[in-house]
Every structure is written in C-alpha cells, then in structure tokens.
Design a protein around this ligand. Structure first.
Ligand code: F0G
Length: 368
C-alpha cells in the first residue's frame, strides 16, 4: 500500500474535526430551554483552554497557568455565550426587538444574534469610549446604534427604563438567560482540565460573568463532575473599581474601556460569589494591564483586548499569594482585534517605516 493510501485510510478511521453544534445544543440538559425554544446560534462556545508557559514560569512554584480564550467566539467575545440564550428565549417569547447598553462587546454580540433571529437591535453606547472594532461590528451586523454623551451606567439606566415601558427585550446581563449561557464556560474549563481549577482570575465590569462562572462551577460540582470549587478572583481597573472600593464611581476611567463601569448591576451577586468562594476583588492599574497585554502577545502569542488582560495582570500582581502547585485559569474575555488603536499604541515591536522599495535598503535595515 502506498504511503498516501495508508494516510487516507488512517483519516477514514478517525475523524479529527467534529462539528460543534453551539452551546445550547451541547449543554441542552443544563439550560432552561425546551423543544419549543428556537435555537439561535452562531456555533459559539468550545473555545480553547491554553497553557501559558511563560506566565507559569513567572509565577514559579510549579503553578500551572491557563487561559480560557473566549475571544475566539463568533463575534470575538464571551458575550456570545449569553446572547445565544437571551436571543433564543426572546424569539421563543415572540419578541421582535431587543435593546442593550454596552461598552462595545455586548452591542456587537446582540447585533449579530438579533440579525440571525430576524429582530431589530437597538444599542446604546457611550460616545467616544467604544473600541473601533466593536463599533464596526455593531454597524456591520445591522444594529441601530445610539451613542449618548454619557457613560455606560447612564446608558444602562435608559435602556432599563425603555424595556420596562415598551415591547423591547433587554439583553444586558440583568437578563437571567445571559448568565445561563455564560455559565457553560465553567463547564468547558472543567472538561478541559479534568477538574475545576484552584483559582479563577476574571476581569469584572458589570459583574455578570463572574456570577455566571460561579453558577457553572457550582452546578458541575453538585453533579460530581468536579471535585472542588475554585477561589474566584475578580479584577477591576484601578480607575473603575467600584467593587474594590465598595462605592459607586461616578466618572470611571481606564484604558480597558470594556470594563469602564462605575455601578455594576450584578453587584449583589458578585459580592455573594466573593463570600461563597472565599475570593477577592482587587484592582490593577492601566500600566499593569498593558504590561500583561504585551506579555501575552509577545511571549505567549495570544492577542486579547486590554480588559481581558486584567485577569493576567491581577494574577501577576498577586503572585506571592498563589500557593504551590495550584492550577490557575485566567479568563480572556475578548479578542485583541477588537481594539486596534490600543494595539498600535501599546507594543514594543520594531517597526521600520517609509523605506525605499530597494533590496539593499531592506537588507541593511535587517542588519544582515
Ligand atoms: N471583558 C470584556 C472584554 C467585556 O466586554 C466585559 C463587559 C467584561 C470583561 C466584564 O464582564 O460585565 O460580565 O463583569 N462588557 C460589557 C459590554 C459591559 O457592554 O460589552 P462583566
């Protein structure tokens, strides 16, 4: 038999790529859906858990650090996990329009899933504080984008009031189906690691995702699919840290615009997570966020958005408090391509520009 034939036969025996049905179909038994629920999916979920060699070495003590790279979801953030549920349930309830306030990712995701479900999407964003990639997505997916001269907290108040008075479904994380979808990330982490990690590090804005992960960890633990529960470490940007400072921040500010939130709507839930998991909320400065962002890019080959890097920045900051041989998972919530302006301004790359199109010039520049 020829070599080619042998290889062909081998592949016939074992299918390498398996079709992923999207998280609602994958975790049907764990979600509040029925046969009547139309599944609106872009095949979100099943994102990789990646071992970080360089960061693990920086922590030392035989600690293993992984990232849950949720920036590889269809619209480039973890929001797709919640949105497939929120939009499917809205469709089941015959809703024709949805609304959200957003620092960018929720609006991109809501717009994509609403389009898939043939619904109108209204998104309110803080004018001038949404990364270019996210704004581009909302526009391309066909949302009606409304930019207000105010921050996310103000936008959220407005959309909550509108959805109370008019037939438009709110798809921010106060919508309980959002957290149901997002909890599946914890299931995937347990399945990939074979057990729960010892510590989960996660960026916190409106505090929905930390609450969703905790729900997922608890459900798998109760079903004996894991042997322990993780300590939940939530990280906020220093200029925007209401849970760390235990007060509303009227003018939140940070380079990590995704988590530029001064009054998290899921505050009570998040405080409960902290208590139950024996976790903590801590803050990281913009400088620490950018430092982690650069390390992830140039030492691990992983490009995330600045808000996501807050989880790794936080881990590096609390390095001395990490016990020996623990397994830590940092959640990377969004893709680096979302915020090209931040990337262009914050890198240590060598970028030679305006060279003559001449081979000797190029060779000279290369130092050969
Ligand atoms: N990371 C990214 C990339 C985000 O976009 C967000 C939230 C968070 C972390 C924080 O998650 O709010 O559940 O604590 N973004 C929202 C939005 C607010 O509008 O896209 P959280």
């Amino acid at each position: 038999m020829s070599l080619i034939q042998t290889i062909k036969n081998k592949f016939k025996e074992k299918t390498i790529h398996k079709k992923w049905p999207g998280l609602i179909n994958a975790y049907r038994d764990w979600l509040p859906i029925s046969d009547k629920t139309p599944v609106i999916t872009l095949q979100e979920g099943s994102t990789p858990l990646i071992y970080l060699k360089s960061i693990s070495e920086k922590i030392g003590k035989e600690v293993e650090v992984y990232v849950k790279y949720d920036g590889l979801n269809p619209t480039g953030s973890f929001k797709d996990r919640g949105m497939t549920m929120a939009i499917s349930k809205a469709k089941e309830e015959k809703c024709e329009a949805i609304i959200c306030a957003s620092t960018g990712n929720t609006s991109a995701s809501a717009a994509a899933y609403a389009t898939k479900a043939n619904m109108r999407a209204f998104v309110l964003i803080p004018d001038g504080y949404v990364a270019q990639g996210k704004l581009a997505q909302a526009l391309v997916y066909g949302a009606e984008v409304i930019a207000i001269k105010g921050n996310f907290d103000k936008a959220l108040n407005i959309v909550q009031e509108i959805s109370d008075k008019y037939p438009v479904t709110l798809v921010n994380s106060v919508n309980p189906y959002r957290l149901q979808g997002q909890k599946t990330a914890a299931f995937e982490v347990i399945e990939a690691l074979g057990d729960s990690p010892d510590i989960l590090c996660i960026p916190v804005g409106n505090a929905g995702n930390i609450s969703a992960y905790w729900m997922g960890f608890k459900e798998y633990f109760q079903a004996k699919k894991s042997s322990k529960l993780p300590k939940m470490m939530g990280f906020q940007a220093s200029g925007s840290a209401p849970l760390v400072l235990n007060k509303i921040i009227k003018e939140p500010n940070t380079i990590a615009t995704a988590i530029r939130i001064g009054n998290p709507v899921n505050k009570e839930k998040a405080l409960n997570v902290q208590k139950e998991s024996n976790g903590k909320f801590k803050d990281v400065t913009d400088q620490e966020i950018i430092n982690a962002y650069k390390i992830l890019g140039k030492e691990e080959g992983i490009f995330c958005e600045p808000a996501s890097a807050a989880s790794v920045a936080g881990l590096l900051k609390m390095k001395d408090e990490i016990p020996k041989k623990t397994k830590v998972v940092c959640v990377l919530t969004g893709n680096g391509l979302k915020d090209p302006d931040c990337a262009i301004t914050n890198n240590d790359a060598v970028f030679h520009q305006e060279l003559e199109p001449d081979i000797s010039e190029v060779i000279k520049t290369m130092g050969l």
